[in-house]
Design a protein around this ligand. Structure first.
Ligand code: CAA
Length: 259
């Protein structure tokens, strides 16, 4: 376990790297230090072949209560305009391997937005999700307006962003914001199971699947289908595709090598 200032970085286990947000006294508020550590760690994980998937969690009681309001308070308009934070968010969004979130407790503001940067979300039934920025006289600033509406649809996104009201884990699941709800004691283990399952799949296919799926959010059906066909074609050149088909035919488990 590597202990950075604001996050804990686990050893890689079964291809899964676990990152734990570690500012419990501030409800894991996402100050610049934390975001920069997250972006740096993900950049390193992106080029580490041993990392097949990354699990992000805030631990047992809170995911993250948003941007650090005390840090944000020192920025005027020009300060916000020149803020380094969007560069961290871009790096997190560009992480090419699967990102799985395990959410217990609050995922608010930037915390909800961080969660929406993740590809799969497992939540405890104690989780609450919200974009309460409106109560501070601002709006979501890390993709919340765009990603939330794509995840939950117009009416619920409007309700959450305009009123600042929170939704429960079961509502979040019903609206498609997250994929599973479990008891809080199981959240991290269940997310790790999902991450480990994905970590055993052929890495190049996983990476291209993530890229093509995410493209559906910001392209036409026609361009998305073209991209899918190109990725599908590219995969025909991989050893893992031959291995997957051979293993099926020979009725054995495949041994994927990421080649
Ligand atoms: N930033 C900085 N500190 C925070 C914080 C935040 N976002 N959220 C909580 N904390 C701190 C509190 O200041 C408090 O610290 P002290 O003990 O030193 O005072 C500690 O965490 C515990 O918080 P509370 O005493 O408020 O605990 P609570 O159980 O009564 O309430 C809460 C918990 C509902 C999460 C409440 O703290 C809260 O509403 N937090 C702010 C949520 C919010 O507005 N998030 C959006 C931030 S803006 C943003 O994220 C912009 C963006 O899109 C990028």
């Amino acid at each position: 376990m590597q202990e950075l200032q604001d996050i804990l970085v686990s050893e890689i286990a079964n291809g899964v790297l676990t990152l734990t947000l570690n500012r419990p006294a501030a409800f894991n508020a996402l100050r610049n230090q934390l975001l920069s550590e997250l972006a740096d760690t993900l950049d390193a994980a992106a080029i580490n072949d041993d990392v097949k998937a990354v699990l992000v969690t805030g631990g047992d009681s809170v995911f993250a209560a948003g941007a650090d309001i005390k840090e944000m308070a020192s920025l005027d308009m020009v300060g916000v305009m020149n803020d380094i934070r969007p560069t961290y968010w871009k790096r997190i969004a560009a992480f090419p391997k699967p990102l799985i979130a395990a959410v217990n407790g609050y995922a608010l503001g930037g915390g909800c937005e961080l969660m929406m940067h993740c590809d799969i979300v497992i939540a405890g039934d104690n989780a609450q999700f919200g974009q309460p920025e409106i109560n501070l006289g601002i709006i979501p600033g890390a993709g919340g307006t765009q990603r939330l509406i794509k995840a939950v649809g117009k009416s619920m996104a409007m309700q959450m962003v305009l009123s600042g009201a929170f939704i429960s884990a079961s509502q979040a699941r019903d609206f498609g914001l997250i994929s599973e709800v479990v008891i809080p004691e199981r959240t991290i283990d269940r997310a790790r199971e999902v991450a480990s399952l994905i970590a055993r799949k052929p890495p190049i296919a996983v990476r291209l699947a993530k890229e093509v799926l995410l493209k559906a959010f910001d392209t036409s059906l026609d361009s998305g289908l073209n991209l899918e066909r190109k990725a599908f074609t590219l995969l025909a050149a991989t050893e893992d595709r031959n291995e997957g088909i051979a293993a099926f035919t020979e009725k054995r488990k495949p041994n994927f090598k990421g080649k």
